[in-house]
Ligand binder design. Structure first.
Ligand code: ZN
Length: 418
């Protein structure tokens, strides 16, 4: 059943109603809704997952909005468990602290600040910080580490309240936020409200170009409502009188964009070369067809091809009596395993470094999640690496497993055995 049959979706950015279907992933459990042993007997809630393209503003998005209370009630992702994420956070914070000349009078705000992994860099440099993190259990962790944190959803009302209390931001970070929020315009408008006149908002998000080019379909899940190009970002923020003053591609999460905005009416204090980089990226996007449905249409075929290849490999290995485990109990894993229909008939268990995920079970497929040390203990013949975006990091950590003959299957961007 296509979403276009029974609902009348409109674009989350421009409100136009010309959405075109790119790919339907069918009914899916929530990607981060890991289960306890007790919950295995219950039936899991599933929601349709359909990816569409808006030809009017170029935004790629899904049509279903799962209520945020359901998505974030138990939130398992802790940024601090990834070295790559920590290093990226450290670099951008040092760079901004220096170039924006931040000091003890400056204020840096992060929306969806998680456990404070990013703000901590500023705090250590003596700069005031404020985290905004709706997940209570994680906000508490941040507070315990000395990161002042408001445990609420960010929107215009909260931004106004903070401003009324005298808190305005020299820098606002929002990493992977504008993909997640149902109240997209409320967040973007709120950023404008909370910024000082010459403040800068730094937005990081997965880049739709990398998603399409590298068949990163496992980045599609209910928490990710939107998939951005520079063009789509520009069209969205312009509605709220914000100007893109810089843009760059970064390697995070299989390919991301980092875009910088300042208020249109404020003094735009960013270096002029940033605007040139923005123009160059916008021109590049025109060239690859950012506004043409044809560019996105092929994506579904590539996903189907990957599915055939991976299933053939796993079934052959299984028929040869090989034992196969998984590395990474991430949201990505939920999409890939459920859409490809791979479960306990082929896979034994999932290893993950996150201690909050261990002793739970994967959504839909019900595989047990264990500590990575189990890989050495059990020594399965193959490990399907679904945290492929951290491949270098995981391969390095698992040097001993590999030395003893263990092999990794990396499905994305293209299927390979290491
Ligand atoms: Zn649109």
């Amino acid at each position: 059943m296509s979403i276009l049959d029974n609902t009348l979706p409109y674009c989350r950015s421009c409100n136009q109603q010309h959405l075109q279907l790119i790919l339907s992933l069918g009914q899916m459990p929530l990607a981060n809704a890991l289960l306890t042993a007790d919950q295995l007997a219950w039936s899991e809630e599933t929601f349709p997952l359909d990816l569409v393209f808006c030809p009017d503003c170029t935004l790629v998005q899904i049509t279903e909005t799962v209520p945020p209370e359901k998505l974030f009630r138990e939130y398992f992702y802790l940024s601090s468990f990834s070295d790559t994420v920590l290093e990226n956070a450290h670099q951008i914070a040092s760079r901004l602290a220096a170039t924006r000349r931040l000091n003890a009078q400056s204020m840096v705000v992060e929306i969806a600040s998680n456990d404070g992994y990013l703000l901590n860099n500023y705090r250590e440099a003596g700069i005031l910080v404020l985290g905004i993190e709706p997940a209570l259990n994680i906000a508490r962790k941040a507070e315990a580490q000395g990161i002042r944190t408001v445990s609420e959803f960010f929107n215009v009302a909260l931004a106004q309240r903070l401003r009324d209390e005298g808190m305005t931001a020299d820098v606002i970070h929002a990493n992977n936020v504008v993909a997640h929020v149902a109240d997209l315009k409320g967040v973007v408008e709120g950023i404008g409200v909370l910024l000082k006149p010459d403040g800068v908002a730094v937005i990081e998000n997965h880049y739709v170009k990398d998603l399409i080019d590298h068949v990163e379909f496992d980045s599609i899940y209910h928490e990710h409502l939107c998939y951005y190009s520079v063009t789509a970002f520009n069209n969205l923020f312009r509605q709220f009188n914000m100007v893109m003053v810089d843009a760059e591609r970064i390697p995070m999460h299989g390919g991301s964009l980092r875009v910088f905005f300042q208020r249109e009416e404020g003094p735009q204090t960013w270096e002029a070369v940033g605007r040139e980089r923005v123009l160059r990226l916008l021109t590049e996007e025109q060239d690859w067809g950012v506004g043409q449905f044809a560019f996105y249409r092929d994506f579904g075929n590539k996903v189907a091809h990957l599915r055939r290849e991976l299933l053939a490999l796993l079934r052959r290995l299984k028929s040869e009596g090989r034992r196969i485990a998984v590395y990474g109990a991430s949201a990505k894993s939920t999409t890939l395993l459920n859409y490809f229909g791979i479960g306990s008939e082929i896979l034994d268990f999932v290893a993950d470094r996150s201690t909050v995920k261990q002793n739970h079970y994967t959504p839909g497929t019900h595989l047990p999640i264990v500590a990575p040390e189990k890989l050495l203990e059990i020594q399965p013949d193959y490990v399907l690496l679904l945290a492929w975006n951290f491949a270098d990091e995981v391969l390095f950590q698992q040097a001993e497993y590999r030395k003893r003959g263990g092999r990794f299957i990396v499905p994305i961007p293209e299927l390979r055995v290491i």
